[in-house]
Design a binder for this molecule. Sequence first.
Ligand code: URP
Ligand code: ZN
Ligand code: ZN
Length: 466
Amino acid sequence: MRILISGGTVVSATGTQAADVLVEDERVLALAQPGSEAARRFSEGARQIDASGKFVVPGAVDVHTHMELPFGGTHASDSFETGTQAAAWGGTTTIVDFAVQKKGQALREGLDAWHKRAEGNCAVDYGFHMIVSDVNDQSMKEMGALVDEGVSSFKLFMAYPGVFYSTDGEILRAMQEARNSGATIMMHAENGIAIDLLVAQALARGETTPRFHGLTRPDRLEAEATARAIALAEVAGAPVYIVHLSTTGALEAVGEARAAGHNAFAETCPQYLFLTSDDLARPGFEGAKYVCSPPLRAKEHQARLWRGLRNDDLSVVSTDHCPFCFKEQKELGREDFSKIPNGVPGVEHRLDLTYQGVLAGQLSLPRWVEVNSTTPARMFGLYPKKGVLAPGSDADVVVYDPTARQTISVMTHHMNVDYSAYEGMALTGRVATVLSRGRVIVEDGHFRGEKGHGRYLSRGKNGYLQ
Ligand code: URP
Ligand code: ZN
Ligand code: ZN
């Protein structure tokens, strides 16, 4: 099977060029001069996709999703089937989801459970990180074996005492193990012990509405935890990747560590670039739609986050896609904000939302590709199979229409959730065509993929480490 994507502007992390993309079976065969003899010869018998006036970019890689995550007595509302279809609509052709080790469980048990959920259901390729909730002799022994079979990153939590939380000693121990096995530790950096006290005090005062979710998780407690996580990683001699970074203070801690030469990395998410604490304070119970952790912050933080994306203190944009329906799930916290399941939906909109940053002059086109595709692939051991259009790479390709207009809405999105956090937001730019391993899965406003097309990805180690 041959496909020629012709006439477009190919955008990579390093620049833009007019080029035709030659796809054979599941791989990119070559990039060729438009109209060149090579492209002409290849086109005979090939299917043609006209990309004139459009960008041709590597499929986006979302390294932070939570399909079906159990949280607060319920489950994230997207299954691997619905969530990966929504991802495909938005140009994301790879997800890395978080398998969960519950307390008392072996890592293996948690990982097997996630394989069962995903296998045969995904529309795009997928890998797993592992959430470690129980740092003990057995789980530490298991880490190395998991790295060898392609689960090379482990998330620990300084938040959520009694659920996912690890003490500083446990975190240090896991980091030492990561150093030995070549794993990357991902950190949810919020001071959960202090936050739980603030939450209990707020509830005792009768402060129960969603906006208190934000007020009880102050940005200082994210900055403090981020600095502490980095300090622990330095002591262990291990890399650390701060997930869903939302504040200026936390970004400064990452920037300082990076300037000093430490292997500290961080991601942010569209919700922190586009939504604010005002959304959390919407009247009635509306704010529940915006409850996630870390919480949405004051608008002042956003300009610094965009700058961090430009100067690489923030290397990745991921979604932290964790949808809960407003009617039946967010409702669990109507009388008590601490019972609102944490998370916002977003797997479908990352490329489109961050493209608004390109239009606003916040990101260059190559940087847009880099933070959404190339760097996440390299950071999590998927490069150059994913994250780049080069000979031999998987033919995960997005043809992006930079002039199309769209308005985000629950009426038109494909995520299995009954609201959109970006309802009514008017955007310029839209995904036109998506290929996953050489197969067209989205075109002309139709989903042409299928459940089970997505394959499990055994990942290598962090490509930014020696
Ligand atoms: O609110 C969030 N972020 N929910 C998902 C779980 C996590 O901490 O990433
Ligand atoms: Zn987290
Ligand atoms: Zn998350």
